[in-house]
Design a protein around this ligand. Structure first.
Ligand code: TXE
Length: 376
């Protein structure tokens, strides 16, 4: 996922800039108003460890396509792919100084980018707590800001869903990249009429997942990023039991070198529990029953996050009605992670501010100026 999507990002924005258009309006036959867009200068780009190259290229590509240079800081946990990108960019003929990769800890190198007066805009992807620090550092300098933060995304399964497809895709949306994708559907809500059947079939499919070497093509679940992150995730499994939940399958550390955890399914917890409120960012999902559309919507919207949501139903009216009611920047209906780079991408509430993706990114990385010329 990481490298192919990085290639796709560069190719997309290299052509998107060729189709960028501006606007002009004739005002009461008296004046012509037109919009000029200028690059902003040095773009400050800060990215996380979970899809290190993909998420960094998603910022670098539109930033330089729009005419900026950039200072990009990958996570200290995943420095190598961005370093390789920098080497390849010089081979590709990018002039030195256009793409600058800096390495370091967030509180030092990251903070320095956010605080520098000659960096007029910051595009950040990472955790909500850190996003608040980035915003606080940027605010006094009135920097333009895009924050892609955490998520606690609902996955609604209605009784009329195509259950085979819903289960197969929900296994992906639950455990892809060991659940270390901000768009993972970590809270599964199932209409009561099919709840027992869904749990039984989903748990059986979870137990079939192959845990192993991340570089082996037949591996489904690899290692988590670090010991510290593994401890964070297992801490939530302990909390689930304290809150009265049942770990139906998984949750044990795998006996092999590295930070491997069996994908876990938790039942028996209500929306108000911390396990259903806080981002775990690991191979852990909860499954909770609901009765009727209104309860499904209330449950889905019951967290401080609003990044994405997935809805499984064959009822067309319900699909559009529920999608419109979701507190989410992206809603997938009968699919997951089907992406079109032309549409705006981002979250609401504590999942962030700003929209990246497609023309939204080209507009984010430019400053708009209106010019009004008197005609008569
Ligand atoms: O992210 P951080 P981490 C969530 C997930 C995860 C949590 C923390 O829940 O457990 O965030 O993950 C830099 N000023 N997501 O620690 O701390 C840091 O060096 C400027 C969801 O990876 O947010 C890194 O490059 N920069 C998210 C980047 O910020 C600072 C994906 C992200 O680090 C900084 C990743 C500071 N004060 C984690 N402190 C998603 N939405 O995809 C740190 N950084």
């Amino acid at each position: 996922m990481d490298i192919p999507r990085a290639v796709a990002n560069f190719r997309f924005f290299a052509t998107a800039i060729l189709h960028e258009s501006s606007e002009a309006h004739v005002t009461d036959a008296r004046a012509l108003n037109y919009t000029l867009r200028h690059p902003m200068g040095v773009a400050g780009l800060i990215s996380p460890w979970n899809l290190p190259l993909y998420l960094l290229s998603w910022k670098i590509a539109p930033a330089i396509a729009a005419g900026n240079t950039c200072v990009a800081k990958p996570s200290e946990l995943t420095p190598l792919t961005s370093n390789r990108l920098a080497e390849l960019s010089l081979e590709a003929g990018l002039p030195p100084g256009v793409m600058n990769i800096v390495h370091g800890y967030g509180a030092k190198a990251g903070a320095a980018i956010c605080e520098h007066p000659d960096v007029p805009l910051i595009s950040f992807t990472g955790g909500t707590v850190t996003g608040a620090k980035v915003a606080a550092a940027a605010a006094p300098l009135f920097k333009k800001l895009s924050l892609e933060l955490g998520g606690k995304n609902p996955n609604l399964i209605f009784a009329d869903a195509d259950l085979d497809d819903a289960i197969a895709t929900s296994i992906q949306s639950s455990f892809a990249n060991q659940g270390e994708i901000c768009l993972c559907g970590s809270r599964i809500f199932v209409e009561r009429a099919i709840y027992d059947t869904f749990v039984e079939r989903f748990v059986a499919a979870t137990r079939k997942l192959r845990i192993g070497d991340p570089s082996a093509p037949d591996t489904d679940v690899g290692a988590l990023i670090s010991e510290a992150h593994l401890q964070k995730v297992t801490g939530y499994l302990d909390l689930a039991k304290e809150e009265g939940g049942t770990i139906v399958t998984g949750g044990n550390r795998v006996d092999r070198d590295g930070f491997f955890l069996e994908p876990a399914v938790i039942t028996g917890l209500g929306c108000e529990c911390r396990v259903l409120q806080e981002e775990i960012f690991g191979p852990v999902v909860t499954i909770t029953p609901f009765d009727g559309d209104d309860e499904a919507i209330r449950s889905a919207n019951s967290t401080r996050y609003g990044l994405s949501a997935t809805v499984w139903t064959r009822d067309l009216q319900r699909a559009h009605r529920v999608a419109a009611a979701m507190h989410a920047g992206t809603v997938w209906i009968n699919c997951w992670l089907l992406r079109d780079l032309r549409v705006p991408f981002g979250g609401m509430k504590e999942s962030g501010v700003g929209r990246e993706g497609g023309l939204e990114s080209l507009h984010f990385f430019t400053e708009a100026k209106n010019v009004c010329v008197k005609l008569a």
